[in-house]
Design a protein around this ligand. Structure first.
Ligand code: NAP
Length: 338
């Protein structure tokens, strides 16, 4: 199956990989960037031709460009959303573009007559605000916005997905809406412009951390994340669907161990011992990247991806391969000096 699809945020880590996979499958792709001044940088990374890949300017925070980007598209894959490394000054700096941008994309999709809309949500909309401990989550779970450890990015993704679902229920008509909810996305980079999600591996490789904070995450490969988006765009009967997109849960020290085993001398700065959580709380006072994830300490969040396996035939990649690919990209692009 192939047709014309709008992928928002083609300049991004996940959006770029989705565009590449769709072009390889014969789709005609429209994609958005904030400004056409980035088209010349982005096009060679995405591939395609001027006929198969069309680039439009549209910002999540404004109405300009969305109608043009969606015109002629039967499918929309809404990926763009802010993902900063550091907490914003005000939570609305993330919530407003995430929520209003999703609604802008939905309205443009409906006006263009698109009937399938796939939104990149997040495990952040499922697995937060439930307190410390060992948790296992499915698609039936939602982040508790009033619970502990709900930082602005988590709020932005939860509110954006919730608002999009409400809009579709009341104004979406026959549009088929589904979300893909990934955990921490790692894997190879196409350019030195890297997503915030690679920060943990970057910090391990560069020796920025004296030890491993007791933090863990479900790890999923960017190629598998894009593959799930393509499957949800193409599969029949996706109305209302929600798919956890995750490989296994790994502690940071397990990621460090894999780097040590696979990279040899290039992993010489990688720490393998655990840092006591009290010490990490102190370090967070000085390191804004650690501060963002302080509420993750000592938490196990298992994400059950069996629904995607059963319905879409989707499989995660082995995390070892993903972690090594991440490290090799960070080194090859000179983002980390080892
Ligand atoms: P990324 O590389 O930072 O990409 C984010 C994309 O959103 C970029 O194309 C960016 O455009 C665009 N964007 C941000 N603010 C915008 C605005 N105001 N107007 C228009 N475009 C804007 O991050 P990513 O990892 O690929 O994330 C893509 C999506 O996946 C996001 O929705 C994110 O929440 C979700 N997600 C990511 C992870 C992960 O671990 N990476 C996990 C779960 C969900 P510019 O290039 O112009 O900045």
């Amino acid at each position: 199956m192939a047709g014309t699809v709008l992928v928002t945020g083609g300049s991004g880590y996940i959006g770029g990989e989705i565009v590449r996979q769709l072009l390889a499958k014969g789709w005609t792709v429209h994609t958005t960037v904030r400004s056409l001044s980035s088209e010349a940088r982005v096009r060679p990374l995405l591939g395609g031709t001027p006929e198969t890949l069309k680039v439009f300017a549209a910002d999540l925070t404004g109405d300009a460009g969305w109608a043009e980007a969606a015109a002629g598209c039967s499918h929309v894959c809404h990926v763009a959303s802010p993902l900063p490394a550091e907490a914003p000054k005000h939570e609305n700096d993330l919530i407003v573009p995430a929520r209003d941008g999703a609604l802008r994309a939905l309205k443009a999709a409906k006006e263009a007559g698109a009937w399938r809309f796939v939104m990149t949500s997040s495990a952040a909309a499922i697995a937060y605000g439930h307190g410390k401990g060992q948790h296992r989550f499915t698609e039936a779970d939602w982040t508790n916005l009033d619970g502990p450890g709900v930082y602005p990015y988590v709020k932005s993704k939860t509110i954006a997905e919730g608002s999009a679902r409400d809009w579709v229920a009341t104004q979406g008509g026959d549009m088929e809406f589904a979300t893909v909810n990934p955990t921490l996305v790692l894997g190879p980079l196409a350019s030195p412009d890297f997503s915030t999600s690679l920060e943990a591996v970057k910090q391990l490789l560069s020796g920025a951390l004296p030890g491993c904070p007791n933090i863990g995450f479900g790890v999923v490969d960017v190629r598998a994340v894009a593959d799930m988006h393509v499957r949800v765009l193409e599969a029949p009967g996706m109305k209302g669907e929600r798919f956890i997109c995750s490989g296994p849960f790994l502690w940071m020290r397990e990621v460090a161990q894999i780097l040590k085993e696979e990279l040899g001398p290039e992993a010489r700065k990688v720490p393998t011992r655990n840092l006591p959580s009290w010490l990490v709380r102190i370090a967070a006072l000085f390191n804004p990247v650690i501060r963002q994830v302080i509420s993750e300490l000592d938490n196990t969040r298992e994400m059950d991806a069996s629904h995607a396996k059963a319905v879409l035939g989707w499989e995660a990649r082995p995390p070892r391969e993903t972690i090594v690919a991440t490290a090799r990209s960070l080194i090859a692009f000179g983002i980390v000096k080892v």
